[in-house]
Write a protein that binds this ligand. Structure first.
Ligand SMILES: Cc1ncc(COP(=O)(O)OP(=O)(O)O)c(N)n1
Ligand SMILES: Cc1ncsc1CCOP(=O)(O)O
Ligand SMILES: [Mg+2]
Length: 222
């Protein structure tokens, strides 16, 4: 763990994830609008059919990183550890099909490390290997990730919190401002979304709605 858990929890409240293939508009405009709406953390996830590679990917990453920097929003890179180190991103997010968390921790030093987990065993390993937060999902059905695991609802999150596992947790998969409430009530520190913001007519309003609902639920639930 490299980041203070309380600081990490605040960053996870509204965690926006996006790559060029998720947007119907210019990705830089979408990110700028999402930041205006109140997102607390950003992940660059350049993945899927038609995504950018090599220099083009790096160039978009740097543009989005600069936008985040202006507003003090930490910039996380999905999967691509080399890129994260090269451009000095604030952190990385990896899953179970990516490099092992302890190997990644050694490569990134004190940057933020997020790990996707789907079971108690994976959660315990991620914690032991130095994760700052864990991502769990898909909570609800999603059409954004073709190879997503089975929908898990709130079962695993509830199991984690009942076992008194305190690591910062963010939920992912099909989350919107309308269905975020049970997730926060079950102990998540925030929501991570792709389409709820990137595909919205107004990414700014969508981000603001998510921010308001997460904060309202937190005031009542925690
Ligand atoms: C916050 C967050 N949680 C989960 C994921 C999914 O990661 P992974 O399982 O490695 O799948 P890909 O995103 O790499 O397709 C995530 N990216 N972010
Ligand atoms: C990357 C990822 N991992 C599990 S579900 C998912 C996609 C989330 O996208 P959306 O918020 O559009 O459902
Ligand atoms: Mg991954």
């Amino acid at each position: 763990m490299a980041v203070n858990p309380q600081a990490m929890r605040s960053l996870l409240k509204v965690y926006f994830i996006m790559g060029s293939t998720n947007c119907c508009q210019n990705p830089e405009n979408v990110l700028q609008a999402a930041i205006k709406g109140g997102i607390t953390l950003f992940q660059f996830r350049e993945k899927g059919a038609g995504c950018l590679h090599g220099k083009e990917k790096e160039s978009l990453a740097k543009k989005l990183q600069a936008i985040c920097k202006q507003s003090n929003i930490p910039f996380i890179v999905n999967d691509d550890i080399e890129l994260a180190v090269k451009i000095n991103a604030d952190g990385v997010h990896i899953g179970q099909d990516d490099e092992a968390a302890d190997v990644v921790r050694r490569k990134i030093g004190s940057k933020i490390l997020g790990v996707s987990v789907h079971s108690m065993q994976e959660a315990e390993t991620a914690i032991r290997q130095g994760a700052d937060y864990i991502g769990i999902g898909p909570i609800y059905p999603t059409s954004t990730k073709a190879d997503a695991k089975a929908v898990q609802g709130l079962t695993f999150l509830t199991e984690l919190r009942s076992a008194d596992i305190q690591i910062p947790v963010v939920g992912i998969g099909g989350i919107t401002s309308e269905n975020a409430s049970p997730l926060i009530e079950a102990g998540a520190d925030g929501v991570s979304v792709i389409s709820a913001i990137s595909q919205a007519d107004s990414p700014e309003k969508a981000a603001a709605k998510l921010y308001d609902s997460v904060n309202r639920i937190m005031r009542n639930a925690h």
